[in-house]
Design a protein around this ligand. Structure first.
Ligand code: AMP
Ligand code: MG
Length: 713
C-alpha cells in the first residue's frame, strides 16, 4: 500500500529514569505487511535504541522496506544549526549532539547541561528555557520562563510547526510538552541509527530508493481520533502506524515531496484532516483488537528454483567449485524471534548487537584496599586519615572522600567521589583512624576504568554470528536481556530404499537397517538445527512424493536413491517436479549427490552409503544449512600433522579418509570401502587429500580435520 512493507512509529520520551509501562514511557507501534503488532514498551532510551537498531537491521536483511517515524523535530528553526556547528546541515548538528549528550541504562542524562552550553553560544538569554523547580539554583543559562528570553537569532518555530498547528516549541525543556528535551535526547540516537547500512533520513537525504527511511512524525495530527481510555501513547503509535501503512504509495510519496533541507518537516503536516479521517475509519486492529502476537517474526521469501543449477557442460565438478556455487546462491530462509539471552546458546543472531551499557559500567576497585585521590600523595611514607564508612561491590559509598583522606574499599566497589587510586590492602598498615603506606603509588593504581573492557555502544557481534557460552556472558555484562535471533532451521531427514528396515524389526538378511537417519538427525541437531525425523520410505515415487509433501521443513536431507539408476526415485522426482541438479562431484567417497529445489525447499539428496552420506553431509550440507539458518558460511579448521600411513593417490578427485590421531601421527582406517560404517566410529576425523596425485609415506605432512572442526563435538 504505502510503498513501505513495514511502518514503525516511535513515541519518544526525554524522561529521566527507567519508565514503567504507562505514559511518559517510550512506545513503539508497528504495522508490517498489513498486520498490526502489539505496541512495545521500552523502559529506557538505550533499550529503545537497541530494539530499533535490531529491527531496522532485521527488516533490511530480510529485504523489507521500512519507514520509521519519530515524534520529535529532526531540525531546529533556521539558523540554529549554523550558529552551533558552522554548518546548515542538520545532520552535522545531530553528530554534535551525539558527541555530547550522555544517557545511561537508568535514563540518567545530561540534557540540561548541554542545553546550558547551547544557550551560552547565543547572545542574550535562550533560546532553550524551562527547568524543574528543584534546579532553580542550577543551570543559570536556562531561564524558568519562556518570556524571560531575550535572544533574537532564531525563530520560535519552524515553518512546519506553524503549518501543523503544533503548540509545542522545540526550545521548551520542561513541563508538558517537552519536545525540546525529546529532540536533545532523540537526535543523538538518530545520528547512530542513520549510520546503519541502507538507512536514509527524510527529507535531508535521498530517501527514494533507501531500504529504510527515518522521518519526523507527529501523533498530534490525528489527535482527535485517538481513544481517550487506557494508555494514550500506546493508542497513538498503533493508530498512526496504521494510518501511514494504509496510505496509498503515490499519496505518501506526494506527502514526502518536501523541500526543507534545514528545518525538516513533519510528515503529513499539511494533511491533518485527511490523516484524522483515515484514523477514524481504521479497522478494529488499529484500535488494539486482534493484533498479531509475535511481533518479531519476519519471514524472508523462499529461495528460487534454480538455486542449484550447474553451469552447462560441466562433467565432474570439483569440490571447491560446488561449494562456491552453494555459497553464492544460498541465503537465510528462516524468520526471526526475540529470545532471552539465558536461552540463546547456539542461536544465530538476526542482527548485529552493540553494547547497551559499558563494562564495567562505572570506575571501580580492582582489589581490596584503601582508596584516595592520587594528587594528595607523594613519595615516601604516607599516612592518610580514614573517612568513616566503606565502599563495597553493590553497596557504593555515596558521600565524597575529602582530599587527603582515604576510605576502605573492596573489590568491585564503585570509586566514590574523591577517589581515583587504590592501594592494595597488603601494602598498608592501619589503625582505627589512619592508613599508612609507602609512596609513590601510580595514579589510578588498582582501579578499573569505566568501559575499559567494552564501551557503551561498542559493536559486539555481527548479524549471522552463532552465540557461544562466553558470548552470553558478554551480552549479559553489557546489558542485553534478549537478542533477536533467527528461528531455528527445521531440517527434515528422510531415508529411502526398499531394502531398509528399522533395528528391532523382524530379522531378515535381505534387509538393511537404516543407519543414515539416526546419524543425520543427530548431526543436524548438533549443528543447532531443529532435526525433524521424516522416517524411511520405499523406492516408490508416490510414497516419496507424499513424504516430501507432508514435511514442514526449511531444508531436507535424504539418503539413498540419488543416482540416475532405475530405483533412484529421489533424483527422478526432483527432476520431474522440482529443479534438480545431479552433481557429479569429483569426491571420494561421495558421488552421487542430487541437489534440488522442491516448492522453495532445498533438498540435499545424499548418497545411500553411510560413509559417503556422512562425508557429503559434513562437506556440503554443513555450510549450506548454516547459511540457510541465517548464519555464516562455515569451513572446517584443520591442521597439518605427520602421516602414520602410506598411500598412492590417483589424480582427479578429492578424497577424505577416515582417520584418527595416534602417537606417531595420523592413522587411517584399514579399508576405504564406503559401506564400512565401523570406520566412521573408529575415526575421530578425516584426512583430506586434495585433487592432485600424491604419494604419501609415513612422516609426510597431511591435512587432518577433526570431527570437532565440523561442529561434531
Ligand atoms: P543407493 O544410493 O540407494 O543406491 O544406496 C547405496 C547403498 O547404500 C546400498 O547398499 C543401500 O542399501 C545403502 N543404504 C542406503 N540407504 C541406507 C541407509 N539409510 N542405511 C544404511 N544403508 C543404506
Ligand atoms: Mg537405494
Amino acid at each position: 500500500m504505502s510503498g513501505f512493507d513495514t511502518v514503525i512509529v516511535v513515541d519518544w520520551s526525554a524522561a529521566q529514569g527507567v519508565r514503567p509501562i504507562g505514559k511518559d514511557a517510550i512506545w513503539i507501534g508497528v504495522v508490517s505487511q498489513g498486520e498490526a503488532e502489539e505496541p512495545v514498551h521500552m523502559p529506557t532510551r538505550l533499550a529503545a535504541e537497541a530494539w530499533l537498531a535490531d529491527r531496522l537491521r532485521a527488516e533490511i536483511a530480510t529485504g523489507r522496506r521500512v519507514l520509521a517515524g519519530f515524534d520529535f523535530p529532526f531540525g531546529y528553526p533556521a539558523g540554529f544549526a549554523r550558529q552551533v556547528t558552522g554548518s546548515d546541515d542538520p545532520l552535522v548538528l545531530w553528530d554534535w549532539l551525539a558527541e555530547r549528550i550522555e544517557d545511561d541504562a537508568k535514563g540518567v542524562n545530561n540534557r540540561f547541561e548541554i542545553a546550558s552550553q547551547l544557550n551560552r553560544i547565543f547572545t542574550g538569554v535562550g533560546p532553550f528555557w524551562g527547568k524543574p523547580w528543584q534546579w532553580k539554583e542550577r543551570f543559570d543559562d536556562i531561564p524558568f520562563k519562556g518570556t524571560d528570553r531575550t535572544q533574537t537569532t532564531v525563530a520560535e518555530k519552524r515553518a512546519c510547526d506553524t503549518v501543523a498547528k503544533a503548540s509545542s516549541s522545540v526550545w521548551q525543556l520542561n513541563a508538558h510538552p517537552t519536545v525540546g528535551g525529546q529532540a536533545l535526547m532523540g537526535l543523538p540516537m538518530l545520528s547512530r541509527l542513520r549510520r546503519i547500512d541502507g538507512v536514509a533520513v527524510w527529507p535531508f537525504q535521498d530517501w527514494r530508493d533507501a531500504p529504510a527511511v527515518l522521518a519526523e512524525i507527529w501523533p498530534g495530527l490525528i489527535e482527535s481520533a485517538v481513544p481517550k481510555d487506557g494508555i494514550r501513547d500506546r493508542h497513538q503509535v498503533r493508530l498512526l502506524a496504521h494510518v501511514l501503512a494504509a496510505l496509498p504509495a503515490d499519496e505518501l510519496a506526494a506527502m514526502m515531496q518536501i523541500d526543507a533541507p534545514e528545518e525538516g518537516w513533519i510528515l503529513g503536516a499539511e494533511h491533518r484532516d485527511h490523516l484524522t479521517g483515515l484514523a477514524r475509519n481504521a479497522p478494529p486492529e488499529a484500535y488494539g483488537a486482534r493484533v498479531k502476537p509475535d511481533h518479531s517474526d519476519l519471514t524472508p521469501p523462499p529461495l528460487s528454483n534454480d538455486c542449484f543449477a550447474l553451469p552447462p557442460g560441466v562433467d565432474w565438478t570439483p569440490v571447491d567449485t560446488a561449494l562456491d556455487l552453494l555459497r553464492k546462491r544460498l541465503r537465510g530462509v528462516t524468520g526471526t524471534e526475540s529470545v532471552a539471552v539465558l536461552g540463546a546458546d547456539g542461536r544465530i543472531l538476526a542482527s548485529a548487537v552493540n553494547a547497551i551499557r559499558a563494562n564495567p559500567p562505572a570506575p571501580n576497585a580492582a582489589v581490596d584496599g584503601y582508596g584516595f585521590a592520587h594528587s594528595a600523595t607523594g613519595d615516601g611514607a604516607q599516612s592518610l586519615p580514614l573517612t568513616n564508612g566503606r565502599a563495597a561491590a553493590g553497596a557504593p559509598f555515596t558521600g565524597t572522600v575529602p582530599q587527603g583522606h582515604a576510605i576502605r574499599i573492596l573489590t568491585g566497589a564503585i570509586l566514590p567521589n574523591g577517589v581515583d587510586t587504590v592501594v592494595l590492602e597488603e601494602d598498608t598498615r592501619t589503625d582505627a583512624t589512619h592508613v599508612a603506606f609507602n609512596g609513590p603509588v601510580k595514579p589510578g593504581a588498582n582501579t578499573r576504568r569505566a568501559g575499559e573492557d567494552v564501551d557503551v555502544g561498542a559493536p559486539l557481534f555481527d548479524d549471522g554470528h552463532r552465540l557461544t557460552p562466553p558470548d552470553l556472558a558478554l551480552l549479559s555484562a553489557t546489558g542485553s536481556a534478549t537478542v533477536l535471533v533467527r528461528k531455528r532451521l527445521r531440517v527434515g531427514v528422510l531415508s529411502t530404499g526398499d531394502e531398509l528396515a528399522s533395528p528391532g524389526a523382524t530379522e531378515d538378511p535381505a534387509r538393511t537397517y537404516d543407519a543414515n537417519r539416526p546419524m543425520l538427525l543427530a548431526i543436524a541437531a548438533r549443528w543447532g538445527h531443529e532435526a525433524v525425523d521424516l522416517g524411511h520410505v520405499a523406492d516408490n515415487r508416490d510414497i516419496l512424493r507424499a513424504a516430501l509433501d507432508a514435511a514442514d521443513c526449511h531444508a531436507i536431507l535424504t539418503s539413498g536413491g540419488a543416482s540416475a539408476g532405475d530405483e533412484d526415485h529421489v533424483s527422478a522426482l526432483l527432476r520431474d517436479e522440482g529443479a534438480l541438479s545431479s552433481w557429479r562431484i569429483a569426491l571420494k567417497p561421495g558421488r552421487p549427490l542430487a541437489l534440488g529445489m522442491r516448492g522453495g525447499v532445498p533438498v540435499f539428496g545424499l548418497p545411500g552409503n553411510p560413509v559417503a552420506a556422512f562425508v557429503c553431509a559434513l562437506i556440503f550440507a554443513r555450510p549450506a544449512l548454516s547459511v540457510l539458518a541465517g548464519g555464516t558460511w562455515v569451513e572446517p579448521e584443520g591442521f597439518t600433522v605427520p602421516a602414520d600411513f602410506s598411500k598412492m593417490k590417483k589424480p582427479g578427485r578429492r578424497e577424505y579418509l577416515r582417520a584418527r590421531m595416534g602417537p606417531d601421527g595420523v592413522q587411517v582406517f584399514g579399508s576405504e570401502g564406503s559401506g564400512r560404517i565401523s570406520g566412521l566410529s573408529w575415526a575421530d576425523g578425516l584426512v583430506e587429500l586434495k585433487e592432485g596425485a600424491a604419494t604419501i609415506t609415513p612422516g609426510d605432512p597431511v591435512h587432518f580435520l577433526p570431527y570437532a572442526s565440523f561442529g561434531l563435538v
